[in-house]
Design a protein around this ligand. Sequence first.
Ligand code: HEC
Ligand code: HEC
Ligand code: HEC
Ligand code: HEC
Ligand code: HEC
Length: 326
Amino acid sequence: MIRAQTILGSVIALLGVTAVVLVFRTPAEVAPARSFTSSQQCKECHAQEHAEWSASQHAHSWLNPDVRALSNDFANTDCIDCHAPQEIYSTGIGARVLPRASRRAEGVDCIACHALPDGGVAGTKDNPAAPCRPQAMASLKSVDHCAGCHDQHKTVSQWRETQYAAQGIGCVECHMPARADGSGHDHTMHGGHSLETVRKAVTLVAERSKGLVRVALTNSGAGHHFPTDERSRAADLWWRPVAPQGAPAESWRHLWRFRSPYRHEVDLVDTLLPSAATKEVWVDDPASLGAVEVALTYKRTPYWKDPLRPDPETEAEFVHRVVLQP
Ligand code: HEC
Ligand code: HEC
Ligand code: HEC
Ligand code: HEC
Ligand code: HEC
């Protein structure tokens, strides 16, 4: 009897120890599979990435009023593809993306860029213990990752012809800089909505030469044409004489527009400025002999009123402005 009780006790104790070991071993090796239905859920553990992404155009791609207007509120269903995309690791890196049916308001979200078909996420190292189960994927940082959506207007093809491509400086190196605290990479992905980023793309020079004014714009900082991607983007060069003290301001004169026309604009030619290229314009006008100012402006759509016309007093935010003394 005593012996039987002892054996039974030992068996129970052994089972208990085994159970305790199982309970404590499980989480250390493989996190319970967790499936994600919204990018809101990633915020719980990746607040920094979520805050940056929320301020990005990617987060607004479905609700963006300009996109809504141009797509007739997505009645043009072709527009859904990239503005509310399926997971790109399922449709294929670099392949044409497909439209998704759910959580469209989240636009180009964490799940679209990171989710893997097996339930994990694309990361920089394998980490099966983390709840989202990251796997090291070299493709995450590659230009192909961006190409599925950003080569429709040849931004990636333009990049392939540049010095940056030759040096292995891809989209992520410029558009996702490392945060100062070393915690990861900025997900804001600035572009044409940030004047500061547009300023970094080009250098404006104005100088007197052979009795004329030479105006030169160089694409010194973009890893593709300037402007790029959206055909609606336009950059314009202007000049005007500086009026003598007390005299009314002169109006601005248009010099050049950098833009890729829409297909129906058959009378326009493509004037995008390739990476490292310089566009020169010469001002041959008696009025340019005195002090002059030269400016570059940028518009996200050509239908916006020109910032410098018709009212020359408009305080436009210049991308660059140079004043040249006689
Ligand atoms: C419950 C917490 C939690 C949630 C929710 C979560 N993650 Fe993670 N994630 C982690 C932890 C912990 C790590 C590993 C530590 C690290 O790299 O930050 C990680 C790592 C990652 C990495 C890899 C980082 C690298 O450098 O390799 C990516 C990418 C990632 N998570 C994306 C996501 C996405 C996208 C979602 C939402 C679909 C998500 N995570 C949801 C906790 C979480
Ligand atoms: C192949 C992917 C793709 C498809 C399909 C697509 N877009 Fe886009 N769209 C983009 C990308 C990428 C950008 C960002 C380009 C840039 O910043 O220059 C963008 C930007 C825009 C913008 C500018 C938003 C802003 O605030 O500056 C508008 C407007 C727009 N798209 C409208 C449309 C419409 C309308 C359709 C359907 C006719 C459409 N898009 C289809 C990828 C796509
Ligand atoms: C447009 C695609 C895209 C979107 C949207 C996106 N990511 Fe990323 N993410 C990347 C790329 C590319 C990297 C790799 C950056 C690198 O290593 O240079 C990355 C890196 C990360 C990392 C590793 C740490 C770091 O910051 O480098 C985490 C964690 C992460 N993303 C989480 C998220 C979460 C959470 C969201 C949504 C709030 C999100 N990402 C949205 C493309 C994206
Ligand atoms: C699944 C499609 C998709 C992928 C993948 C994607 N993007 Fe985008 N991206 C978009 C769309 C759509 C927009 C325009 C959103 C809007 O303005 O409504 C956009 C806008 C942008 C902008 C413009 C911001 C501005 O100020 O106008 C930049 C820069 C950008 N993306 C960089 C990247 C980079 C770098 C990658 C690769 C790491 C990437 N994107 C991957 C769809 C995508
Ligand atoms: C050497 C740095 C650099 C590299 C490399 C680079 N870019 Fe850019 N990108 C810029 C700068 C600067 C701007 C701002 C000028 C502009 O908007 O045209 C910009 C603008 C953009 C925009 C916004 C255009 C708009 O209309 O708002 C998109 C989209 C973009 N880049 C995508 C990409 C993609 C995709 C790649 C990789 C193939 C890439 N970039 C590589 C520097 C870079």
